[in-house]
Structures are given as C-alpha cells and as structure tokens.
Design a protein around this ligand. Structure first.
Ligand code: FES
Length: 167
C-alpha cells in the first residue's frame, strides 16, 4: 500500500480502495435517506478525516449536496476536516486545571511544537487540542496524550521530556 502523503493537503487517489469499502457500507444500509451521519462516521473511520474528495463521493452516493454534508461535518466536533497527527494531545482547560496553570501548559506546548490549538505539527506527529475536564482534577493541571494522563504539570519544564517519549 502507498505511504500516506505528509504534505498536509488531501491527496487521495480516485482508485483508493477505501472508496469501494465506503460504497459497500452505504449499500449495506439499504436506503439513502437519513443516513448522512452514519456514512460520515464510517468515512472518518476509514480515512481518518473527511477531505473534500470524500464529501463529494458521499454526496454522489447518497444524493445529498456537498454543502449539506460539509455543514454536518463542521457542526459536530467528532468530525475532522483535516488530517490529525499521529499523537493527540489534549490539555485540560477545566476549572481546577485552569486555576493551577493549564494556560502555562498550553503555552509551553504551543511554543515547543510550534503549533496553535487545534493544529497539527508540520511533521504530522502531534495534534494539540484544549479539552474540558478529564475527570482527574486531583492531578491538575493535566494533559492527556493518546489517552495517557500526565498530571501535576505546574512545572512546565518537564513537558519536553514527556514529548520525547512520542518521537
Ligand atoms: S479540571 Fe482538569 S481534570 Fe478536571
């Protein structure tokens, strides 16, 4: 299989087998009305995000305008229109974390990774996001990388070493 393009733009081949797989999934639903959410979820599962080519493909298959699909994809935060990095970083901005210095954690990560919140690093390694309470306020301030929690980050100088584990 071809390597994933790292240019940050969508470069899908028209004969990418995932289109065929998506088409089969749509047929398996047996109808074309009211299925946009399910199809978008399946498309994101297959492609990792929802580039324009995929929205156009779905539009043709289920007879829903691209603009409408785009509207759904941008409204729900579960959908990504751009590729996500290999590792997902979430910095908790809940109250407990915020009062204990979450902003400093976020600023350190932005500086270290040279990326804004919601963005992905140029090498495609990390996506940085701010999140709501992660449910471990006793460890505030907290960040999560790929589901692993790092707490008590008042001293942000430890952050570069944590990131190194993912390089
Ligand atoms: S406020 Fe950050 S874990 Fe609860």
């Amino acid at each position: 299989m071809k390597d994933e393009c790292q240019c940050g733009h969508s470069c899908l081949e028209a004969n990418d087998p995932r289109f065929e797989e998506l088409s089969k999934y749509i047929k398996s639903l047996g109808e074309t009305t009211g299925i946009a959410m399910s199809v978008l979820q399946q498309a994101q599962h297959l492609f990792g995000y929802l580039p324009l080519e995929v929205l156009k493909f779905i539009s043709k298959e289920i007879h829903v305008p691209v603009a409408e699909l785009y509207g759904v994809a941008t409204f729900y935060s579960q959908f990504n229109l751009t590729p996500k990095g290999k590792h997902q970083i979430g910095v908790c901005l809940g109250t407990a974390c915020y009062v204990r210095g979450a902003q400093k954690v976020l600023d350190k990560l932005r500086e270290q990774l040279k990326v804004e919140v919601g963005g992905t690093t140029a090498d495609g390694r990390f996506t940085l996001d701010a999140t709501r309470c992660l449910g471990c306020c006793g460890l505030a301030p907290v960040m999560m990388i790929d589901g692993e929690v790092y707490g008590k980050l008042e001293d942000v100088s430890v952050i570069p070493d944590i990131l190194k584990k993912y390089e």
